[in-house]
Design a binder for this molecule. Structure first.
Ligand SMILES: *Cc1c(COP(=O)(O)O)cnc(C)c1O
Length: 393
């Protein structure tokens, strides 16, 4: 750890082995994108193989990947997209980039989108006419459900796909936090988060489970979608030689330097997850006897990547509330943070519809995330759990 006195929340776990790759980008001059960016190709192939799909397309960021996903699924200005309110705002902003509007759903106790409320919303708050879902309140068409595997905990894809098919919708899986998570049982046993919906997106931002400094990856079982993602992300060159463009594209490609990090990081992912699972168990053991603290679980019928750890603080039983605990931990050089501010309460989205939002409010108030980097030591965790014990009753 760089500064032995601070235990950070979530930092990259990088190896100097990457320098060989970086050296190659310098020596060959291929630092950017394009045909000679061999690390991009390697990284795409490695991710595709790892999550079990035919092809993956690298992007500049996860956000860019989500933007392209919405575009490829045919979202138009004035459409509505169902999104969770409990997530990082990067999952929702691309909806607005498209001129579309989000409709916010609540979470359940897994922190993922509440499928019962989603079903209730589609059944009772929408009309289903000529294969289209029309929101009764706004009269707008809902085209896509964008769901997030929050903190790497796999969401209920069986139910989500059932609803998608029933209502002729499309599903984008925001798997930016869930690389390495897959189902062990049920219809999707063996399938990775991100590979079940129409399009899935991963992120390699610095706080994610593996990093390229910044970057993303789009996957799909529909190769036409991926071809379109690749095309639009590279300025939509209809004729690359004569620079003919029939559509408005983006500069959303991953650079060879980013991918030079990625090809090394992906090889270490399984070992990162091993450490994250071990550390999670240490936290669990460490706080199990602390009155008023509860470590949130991950799905038992899946191999979750255990990206982030969440603790719920019961003020009455623990003695102090979440915000006091947060401050005390940060004052003691333990980097902890609250849950994201719910998105339906953020200024750009105050006028958007939210449906029966309730559990999310509870978690927003009472949850903290504790240090979870894959390079945390057992001693680090002892330090944190010891403080958690001391600050309680
Ligand atoms: C990190 C994250 C993103 C965005 O990924 P970037 O690569 O940072 O653009 C989107 N959605 C969620 C839920 C995230 O956690």
């Amino acid at each position: 750890m760089n500064n032995p006195t601070i235990i950070p929340l979530s930092v990259p776990n990088l190896s100097l082995d990457i320098l060989d790759n970086v050296k190659e980008t310098i020596e060959t001059g291929w630092v950017s994108t394009g045909a000679g960016a061999r690390f991009v190709k390697d990284f795409e192939e490695k991710i595709a193989k790892y999550v079990g799909v035919e092809r993956a397309v690298a992007t500049q960021s996860g956000t860019a990947g989500l933007h392209l996903a919405l575009r490829v699924l045919g979202v138009e200005e004035g459409d509505e997209i169902i999104v969770p309110t409990l997530t990082f705002i990067a999952a929702v902003n691309p909806v607005r980039y498209m001129g579309a509007e989000p409709v916010f759903m609540d979470c359940d106790d897994s922190l993922n989108m509440d499928m019962d409320k989603l079903e209730d919303f589609l059944e009772n708050q929408c009309n289903f006419i000529d294969g289209k879902v029309i929101n009764k309140l706004t009269k707008k068409q809902i085209k896509v459900i964008l769901a997030v595997h929050v903190f790497g905990n796999p969401l209920n894809m069986e139910k989500l796909i059932e609803l998608r098919d029933k209502y002729n919708l499309k599903v984008i899986e925001d798997a930016t936090e869930a690389l390495g998570s897959y189902y062990l049982e049920g219809k999707y046993a063996g399938r990775h988060c991100g590979t079940i919906g129409d399009i899935g997106v991963y992120s390699f931002n610095a706080n994610k489970i593996i990093t390229t400094g910044g970057g993303g990856m789009v996957v799909s079982n529909n190769l036409d979608f991926l071809e379109k993602v690749s095309f639009l992300g590279a300025q939509a060159k209809t004729n690359p030689l004569y620079f003919v463009h029939d559509e408005v594209g983006y500069n959303y490609r991953m650079t060879n330097i980013q991918a030079a990090f990625g090809t090394d990081q992906i090889d270490r992912l399984e070992s990162f997850i091993e450490t994250k699972v071990r550390n999670y168990e240490l936290y669990k053991e460490g706080i199990k006897n602390i009155e008023g603290l509860q470590l949130l679980g991950f799905r038992k019928d899946a191999r979750a990547n255990h990206w982030f750890y969440s603790i719920i603080v019961d003020k009455e039983r623990y003695g102090i509330d979440r915000d006091r605990l947060l401050k005390k931990l940060n004052d003691n050089n333990i980097q902890t943070r609250p849950l994201w501010g719910l998105i339906h309460k953020q200024k750009p989205y105050l006028d958007n519809q939210g449906y029966r939002l309730k559990r999310a409010e509870f978690y927003e108030k009472n949850l903290i995330n504790v240090p979870c980097s894959s390079n945390l030591s057992e001693e680090d965790i002892e330090v944190v759990t010891e403080l958690l014990r001391r600050f309680g009753k």
